[in-house]
Design a binder for this molecule. Structure first.
Ligand code: R5P
Length: 296
């Protein structure tokens, strides 16, 4: 029953203290609405502003990729170590338990395969289905310089608009055609266009020369893809360099799930991204967690 007879006057108004309204620290995100910020804060750790996303969406254009043949067996045990899971709705519904607390970044563009022109994408998820799946963010590929550049930028803007209506941020993913060079000039162009078109965070590749300029020129958080499988120490070095040159984290797939001991590798990547561990120390962690003899 309501406490109508004995309504107490509140006393703890702290009249000497101004209302607490701290700025939202994530790069370029302070002007967003509460729901957007809350979802981004689930993906980017609010303590350090960084993230380790696990990308397992490769099947949307290349089928059963090595390491992703049985997501229910090989990937589900990795999910608790990830700050976010980048995944298609088909895999989410069929293979990922709904009890996970890891936020989902939902692959929202597609419509092509490795047998055809990769940039020929369309929007592949309705915003209502993304809401139904409790997506924390949407991901759209953008092919700057690709055959269907215009169409892919259109996909991004439409998804950003739909997400904005529901407080769901969008990740712009820079798809780079084989004919294009992944240098700072190209990546700077592609990432900046994604941000200017409304992406709330952007995924791109690391480049050894001038990556700091790519990161600085992108006004929202940048995460790097892992790319093709590298020796583990090299993958950790790449993550380390990217973080130190301004990336807000990684969205890594093959360099985690194609390792012999993926659980050890994702923890080593976390050590680099969140603990600022050196690549060498993180590699030692990988070896010890994976029970891998030194020299292998
Ligand atoms: C590619 O477009 C997919 O979206 C992957 O999510 C992306 O390439 C990241 O995975 P990886 O680290 O294997 O490159």
């Amino acid at each position: 029953m309501a406490d109508l007879d004995d309504v107490q006057d509140g006393k703890n108004y702290h009249l000497d203290k101004p209302h607490q309204s701290a700025a939202f620290k994530l790069k370029g995100s302070n002007a967003l609405d509460w729901g957007m910020k809350n979802r981004l804060a689930r993906i980017f750790n609010p303590n350090d502003g960084r993230t380790v996303m696990l990308a397992i969406d490769h099947g949307y254009f290349q089928g059963p990729t090595t390491g992703l043949e049985r997501i229910d067996i090989s990937i589900v045990p990795l999910v608790p170590y990830a700050d976010a899971l980048m995944v298609t709705r088909g895999t989410l519904r069929s293979s990922i338990p709904p009890e996970i607390s890891t936020p989902v970044v939902l692959r929202s563009s597609g419509g092509q395969s490795i047998l055809k022109e990769l940039s020929n994408e369309l929007i592949a998820v309705d915003i209502e289905d993304a809401v139904r799946l409790n997506a924390s963010a949407l991901a759209v590929q953008v092919y700057i310089g690709g055959a269907h550049e215009h169409q892919s930028i259109g996909n991004l803007t439409k998804v950003v608009d739909a997400g904005n209506r529901h407080g769901i941020p969008t990740l712009g993913v820079t798809g780079v055609g084989k004919e294009l060079v992944r240098d700072a000039k190209y990546l700077g162009l592609a990432t900046r266009i994604c941000a200017e078109m409304g992406a709330h965070f952007v995924k791109t590749y690391y480049c050894e020369k001038d990556f700091a300029r790519v990161a600085a020129g992108c006004p929202v958080p940048l995460v790097i893809a892992g790319g093709k499988k590298l020796p583990e120490l090299e993958a950790l070095q790449m993550a380390y360099e990217a973080i130190h040159e301004g990336a807000a984290g990684v969205d890594m797939g093959r360099n985690i799930f194609q390792c012999k001991t993926p659980e050890a590798m994702i923890q080593a990547v976390r050590a680099v991204v969140h603990d600022r561990e050196t690549p060498e120390k993180a590699y030692d962690l990988y070896l010890s967690l994976g029970n891998i003899p030194i020299g292998r």
